[in-house]
Structures are given as structure tokens and as C-alpha cells.
Design a protein around this ligand. Structure first.
Ligand code: PMV
Length: 312
């Protein structure tokens, strides 16, 4: 048996950080960057091989549910979920999603591992159950994850998301073009989420007000996406970035890239994900994509990617 499984990267369009505190956020899958798994039935205990991820192969049994290693934790909780002992076979995971850049690498790798284990066991894994398993592992990356990353990666559709309350698929009115630019700086979401939590305790009223403003922006952005108002959406993006600056999760590199995108004609730009590193996103129309990409590279971006949503 040979079985191919994959999950996309993701980008948060609006609402990161405030989403942890119950405000709405919007995210979309990035189909160009993906994690993939191939499974092979063997009569030996499970081995998980990772080609592009710098870590040794995982051998099971021995995987512990309380392990701090994401692959080990997923293997252990998936085997518990399926009441499976022993698991036999081989899973080879590959991913071209840059790590620790807010692009959903951790959630995508967890999602393909959960599905690969289901395939080896010839068991069904519903999207809701896959989402719940990946969420458990996300706690390692995020501490207190809102659940937005696992949800967008598992369902592979643009979503409007409110933690524990709401998940709607968003219809994108007409093609929407983005440029992503990578600072080349790795940042741990767990640390930026902890920094925002500290601010929330130390400067409660100011932080709540920023969360409320970000939530209101995400709500308006949801409407703009559904009617295809890209000029309005761009302004909302740039406003969202300013509020993330106020939460101290931006960085000089991120600010420089946002400014460069706007100077080159982007309709709006913001950091995306946990911040203090990782990527910015810039909303562009067809004509400005190239100048924005050049402007971002000239401003020090280590990599730029052009992507579009709503093409179906
Ligand atoms: O995984 P990242 O870096 O895209 O960040 C996730 C977004 C946060 O709102 C910062 C955290 C969360 O759990 O929603």
C-alpha cells in the first residue's frame, strides 16, 4: 500500500494575538507550501522519517504523550485515539513550509502525521477529529493556542474564526493577490504569546482596547473579503499592523518590510502570525505585485512569495 497525504501552510490575514482572547480572526491556507507524508506498510514497528526537518527518525513504541517533541506527542496521542497497539509501518514526512515563520509548519506536519497513522491503521479520521488531535500538539508550539492554525490547515479553506465559538468558511468575492515577505528571522509563537499575556496583565485597559480594535477590524475585513473591496481591505491591514505594533510584537525588520510594501504601491500590509520575526503580508493588485516584490527584496526580505486566493 502506498498512500499520499498532504496539508497546506497557512497565513493569518487578520486578528492574530487578539484571537487568543476571544476576538475574531481570519486565516487562509497556502497551497504552494505544504507538508506531505507517504506511508508504507511493513511488519516492523512504526518509524517516522523526516526529510526536510532537522531531527532524527522517530521509532515507536516508546513515544510518550507528554513528550515535548511534536512528532512523538502526535504519534502517542493518535495511537491512544485509535486504541492502537502496535502500529506497524513507515511514514516519510516532507515539508517545504519554512519553520518558525508563522506559516503553519507545525500544524501541517502534525496534520499529515495524524492522517498517515490513520492510513497505516486503515482507520477513518474525520476533519473534526484530526483538528482536535492537531490542536493538542499545537499546545507545544503556542502554550495557549487559539486553535486558528490547526483549523485552517486541517479544513484547507479560508476561515473566519472565533476561539471555541465559531468557524465559518469565507467566500472570497474575486481573486485576491498577496505578496508574502520573509524577514529570515525565526520567532517562537509561544514567546510572543507570553509577551502579550504579560502586557495584558500589566496594562490591562490599553491591551483590551487594542484587542477590541483588532477584533473590529477582523469583522470589517470579513465583510470586505466577501464583497471584494480590496482598497478597504488594504487599509484595514495597515491599521491592524499598527495595533500589533502597539502590542509590541512587531520588530524593526517587520516594520521596514511593511513600509517598503506600502511605498511600492501595496494596498495594505501587516505582519502575519506571532510576530517579532517571520513574515509580512502585503495586499496587491495585479499591477503592483512585481514592484512590491522588488521593493521588499530591496528592503532586506530574505524571500518573497506571490500568492492568490479566491481563484476557483
Ligand atoms: O503560528 P503563528 O505564528 O502564525 O501564530 C498564531 C497566531 C497567534 O494568534 C499569535 C497565536 C494563536 O494561538 O492564535
Amino acid at each position: 500500500m502506498k498512500h499520499s497525504i498532504s496539508a497546506p501552510g497557512k497565513v493569518i490575514l487578520f486578528g492574530e494575538h487578539a484571537v487568543v482572547y476571544g476576538r475574531p480572526a481570519i486565516a487562509a491556507p497556502l497551497s504552494q507550501i505544504r507538508a506531505c507524508a507517504e506511508v508504507r506498510l511493513t511488519d516492523r514497528p512504526l518509524t517516522v522519517l523526516t526529510e526536510d526537518i532537522d531531527r532524527p527518525p522517530l521509532r515507536w513504541p516508546g513515544a510518550r504523550p507528554d513528550s515535548n517533541d511534536p512528532l512523538e506527542r502526535m504519534t502517542a496521542i493518535a495511537s491512544q485515539f485509535f486504541c492502537a497497539a502496535p502500529i506497524k509501518g513507515e511514514i516519510a514526512i516532507r515539508s517545504n513550509i519554512p519553520i518558525a515563520r508563522g506559516l503553519g509548519s507545525g500544524a501541517a506536519v502534525s496534520a499529515v502525521l495524524a492522517r498517515a497513522i490513520a492510513a497505516l491503521l486503515a482507520r477513518e479520521l474525520s476533519p473534526d477529529d484530526a483538528n482536535a488531535l492537531v490542536y493538542e500538539v499545537e499546545k507545544l508550539h503556542h502554550g495557549t493556542p487559539s486553535g486558528i492554525d490547526n483549523t485552517v490547515v486541517v479544513y484547507n479553506k479560508p476561515i473566519y474564526f472565533v476561539k471555541d465559538r465559531r468557524m465559518d468558511f469565507i467566500r472570497i468575492a474575486r481573486p485576491m493577490s498577496l505578496v508574502l515577505a520573509d524577514t529570515g528571522v525565526s520567532a517562537l509563537t509561544r514567546e510572543t504569546v507570553a509577551a502579550v499575556r504579560k502586557l495584558y496583565h500589566e496594562q490591562h485597559a490599553r491591551t483590551q482596547a487594542a484587542f477590541d480594535a483588532i477584533g473590529a477590524i477582523a469583522e470589517r475585513a470579513g465583510r470586505s473579503i466577501e464583497i471584494g473591496d480590496w482598497a478597504g481591505l488594504g487599509e484595514l491591514m495597515t491599521e491592524n499592523h499598527k495595533l500589533l505594533q502597539a502590542l509590541a510584537v512587531s520588530s524593526p525588520q517587520l516594520d521596514r518590510l511593511v513600509a517598503a510594501a506600502l511605498d511600492a504601491g501595496a494596498l495594505g500590509a501587516k505582519l502575519s502570525g506571532g510576530g517579532r520575526g517571520g513574515v509580512i503580508i502585503a495586499l496587491v493588485d495585479g499591477d503592483t505585485s512585481q514592484p512590491v516584490q522588488r521593493g521588499l527584496l530591496a528592503a532586506g526580505a530574505k524571500n518573497v512569495y506571490a500568492t492568490a486566493f479566491g481563484l476557483t
